[in-house]
Design a protein around this ligand. Structure first.
Ligand SMILES: [Zn+2]
Length: 131
């Protein structure tokens, strides 16, 4: 079984909205900074007024690793990428592709969701190929 994130008070709503099929990005209502991971205070100005804003669902692959020795529940080879979302913050997730050997940094990706039991997790699909 693939792992699923465990909610904390700071991440509960963010994860619940992912379960509902919506990626959001936390944004400070005082200084307008967007950030991840979700937390109750702004990492830039310290304000404790944070709202979750719907994300565009697009991004760029900043870095990735192709894992050839899959842990339980995963099928090798698979790619794990760090994506810079259109809103700016970075998010890590599996990049779904049949050809991880062809991945390139700066590739355009779109946010997707993977069902894992009762939870959903964020993953990424390549914009051009679709998968
Ligand atoms: Zn702030």
């Amino acid at each position: 079984m693939k792992p699923v994130p465990l909610a904390t008070p700071d991440t509960q709503e963010w994860l619940d909205r992912i379960d509902a099929g919506e990626l959001t990005v936390p944004r400070c209502t005082a200084c307008a900074s967007s950030f991840l991971y979700p937390r109750s205070s702004c990492p830039r100005c310290g304000a404790r007024s944070v709202e979750l804003v719907p994300a565009a669902g697009t991004g760029v692959l900043l870095s990735f690793v192709v894992n050839h020795r899959a842990p339980a529940g995963f099928e090798a080879p698979y790619a794990l990428g760090v994506v810079r979302l259109a809103e700016g913050p970075h998010l890590t997730g599996v990049v779904r592709t049949d050809r991880p050997d062809l991945l390139e940094v700066d590739a355009a990706v779109r946010v997707g969701f993977e069902e894992r039991g009762e939870r959903r997790v964020v993953c990424f699909d390549l914009e051009e190929a679709g998968r």
